[in-house]
Design a protein around this ligand. Structure first.
Ligand code: NAP
Length: 260
């Protein structure tokens, strides 16, 4: 399917690996020129070369922490302050116990998984609205539909972003800007390896056993793939997605047992 976005320009945050890279790949395949970001320069530069080489699009890597004002300033400068497509993403907060989290832990989680996405929307969406076209996809989590007990910081911060998007998406839809959230369930990325290792330590089992236990709770019988996640993201950025506004699209292999 031609997504109709060839030649558009996108910022994909936290995109040297995992789900962010999956989104960058699918957008590059659709002919979108990219600014991609991550903190580590080496993996980011490798990802940029590989995307440009495979898909023949322009890809500019901008290293920096997207949860800081300095990191966001760097990507916004590289974009000259404007983009057609914004994919918000950052690393997830650490797991833990709800009785242990301090105010500072919550503030870090809010900076990482709520306020940095809000700041980038505030910087880029007004320009999209002025030009009459834009797409924003925020990578959140299945935890906004069904809380994950050990990821309470994520449950809390991401629900705040979901509420923000619910309102703003309706305010900018008349100007041709569609904002939606993509909710990953368990996907085979470094983040899952890390969570499997944490589960293995806390439950006294091997990481392989921890993974097998998690997978057994997914009706499809496997973790999701970043490439499939990216393809859904690219569709939400397509011309054809113009009627999809303020939605929370769950990609979890059926793991959340909810009717709606
Ligand atoms: P991942 O495989 O660990 O990749 C994370 C990517 O983000 C890397 O490129 C990393 O590069 C970059 N990154 C992390 N923190 C950053 C920061 N502060 N600024 C800029 N770049 C940053 O993680 P993932 O599985 O793709 O997860 C992406 C998001 O989805 C996370 O918020 C995660 O919590 C959420 N999620 C994932 C799953 C899953 O199953 N994978 C499920 C639910 C939710 P650097 O380290 O070099 O910065």
């Amino acid at each position: 399917m031609d997504l109709g976005i060839k030649g558009k320009r996108a910022l994909v945050c936290a995109a040297s690996k995992g789900l962010g890279l999956g989104c960058a790949e699918a957008l590059a395949e659709a002919g979108v020129n990219l600014v991609i970001n991550a903190r580590g320069r080496d993996a980011l530069t490798r990802a940029a070369y590989s995307l440009a080489d495979r898909f023949g699009v322009m890809v500019e890597p901008v290293a920096g922490d997207i949860t800081t004002e300095e990191g966001r300033d760097k990507v916004l400068t590289a974009l000259g302050g404007q983009a057609d497509i914004l994919v918000n993403n950052a690393g997830g907060p650490p797991p833990g116990n709800w009785t242990d989290w301090s105010r500072d832990d919550f503030i870090r989680a809010f900076d990482g998984n709520l306020l940095s996405a809000v700041a980038l929307m505030q910087a880029l969406v007004p320009g999209m609205a002025e030009r009459g076209w834009g797409r924003v996809v925020n990578i959140t989590s299945q935890s906004v539909k069904a809380p994950i007990p050990e990821l309470g910081l994520s449950n809390t911060a991401r629900l705040g972003l979901t509420g923000f998007v619910a309102g703003v998406s309706r305010q900018v839809a008349p100007q041709g800007v569609c904002i939606n959230n993509l909710l990953p369930g368990m996907h085979a990325t470094d983040r899952m390896v890390q969570l499997d290792e944490n589960a293995s330590k806390s439950q006294g089992i091997t990481p392989e056993e921890a993974r097998a236990r998690r997978v057994s709770a997914i009706p499809t019988g496997s973790y999701g793939e970043a490439a499939d996640f990216g393809a859904t993201c690219a569709f939400l950025c397509s011309q054809q997605a113009r009627f999809i506004v303020g939605q929370n699209i769950l990609l979890d292999g059926g793991a959340s047992r909810a009717t709606l």
